[in-house]
Design a protein around this ligand. Sequence first.
Ligand SMILES: CC(C)(COP(=O)(O)OP(=O)(O)OC[C@H]1O[C@@H](n2cnc3c(N)ncnc32)[C@H](O)[C@@H]1OP(=O)(O)O)[C@@H](O)C(=O)NCCC(=O)NCCS
Length: 439
Amino acid sequence: MSTQTTTPGTSTELRLEKFQVTAEEDASPGGRFANWFYAVGVGFFEPRADAEDYPAYVKAFSADGRVLVGVHDDAPGALSVDGAVPVATYASMRNTLNAGGPEPLQAHLITSVTVRPSHRRRGLLRRMMTEDLQDAAAAGVPVAVLTASEATIYGRFGFGCATFTSSVTVDVRERFAVLGTPTGRTELAEPAEVPALSGEVFARFHARTRGSVGRQYSYARRVSGQWGRERPVEDKAVRTAVHYDDAGNAVGYVAYRFEGWSREPYTVSIIDLVAGTEESYLALWRYLGALDLIQEITWDEAAVDDPLPWALADRRCYRVTGVEDVLWVRLLDVAGALEGRGYRSSGRLVFEVADALGLAGGTYQLTVTGGRGRVERVASDSEVDVAMDIAALGSLYLGGVSPGALVGAGLVEQRTEGAIELLNDLFRDAENPYCITHF
Ligand SMILES: CC(C)(COP(=O)(O)OP(=O)(O)OC[C@H]1O[C@@H](n2cnc3c(N)ncnc32)[C@H](O)[C@@H]1OP(=O)(O)O)[C@@H](O)C(=O)NCCC(=O)NCCS
């Protein structure tokens, strides 16, 4: 698939090219994929990719079903980068989102958003984003998701930040001990076995974790060390340990790397830790705590309501060093999205939703019984219980943001008494949503 459109309206004509990466895509330097990839690297301050790495990236992008957009300036300055290299990039792919319903929802994942400094603030992001969201909505996908480099960019397009993770440092010296009775066993895995088993373990985690997004091709390679941090070539420093339950099933794994003898305290950083059960999560920490010579473990993807400090003999071994937003959610189809999520209580609420992009605004009645929601559009002069922008509904959607906080911030308006309590009871869960997929 490849389409091109030209839109005037700027000082030069900018041509938008859209193509899907298939296994047959030209992976040679100077080809359209290599040019597009180069442009993404410019946006994120990455070094230029090595020519021999392109085939691996093409394979990965093709497996992910990525659709790439590049905007070309066909009249570059005399000494500028070749016009074949896009001045703006954008990509999307589909995967699943666990919204707490009986089935995962189909989600539209947006990534690789860059605009070259010479072409910024001329509406290129707005154009790429608006067209893409319209297409995804027309295709019937209920939600779009992304992770954001800056928190100021995406609210205007209807995205609300919805999940968070903590960066933690865990002191694993003498004081460290995980309480409770260990189950199963944890062993170092043979690297060649890791890609397949990491996929199985993640599937289990994904099925039980609200807020989780299905993973792209590169994950299994990175956790096995087949791909390194910077390049899709082997990183021999990566180790992966697998936890097996008492029945011998692989239910969790941790991929990690030692940070070297020149860094003190001696530190292991976690690349990826995925547990399919609560027992497995603690078992992996017992393993990490038993790594001889290591004094600290660092991890950037802990749950904000991580059970680990509660399971430690000394909770002060556990230090939160930062909290980051992860998933930003944009509802494209309010009825499809709200009917696809799970609920903890029952009730009826009428929402008024404003959407500046005109994709999903309206007045909706949500009726929840037996944990399932039914949504119908109602007349705009109906009595409304709560009113908000689509971005605020995106933040509330996975249950990780308090409706009361959004009322306090002026982002949600309560129109009938008790509506916020009901919204809270319906949407919130015992645990916060948790996404450990970056894309
Ligand atoms: C962020 C980026 C893609 C914006 O592209 P752009 O083409 O300049 O954006 P647009 O001209 O379409 O701007 C659309 C709107 O967003 C605003 N905006 C864009 N980038 C913004 C930013 N970083 N902070 C605050 N507002 C921003 C614009 O002011 C404009 O607002 P308006 O429509 O209300 O007037 C570009 O600056 C960039 O490539 N940054 C570096 C890479 C990056 O951070 N990418 C995002 C990855 S998640």
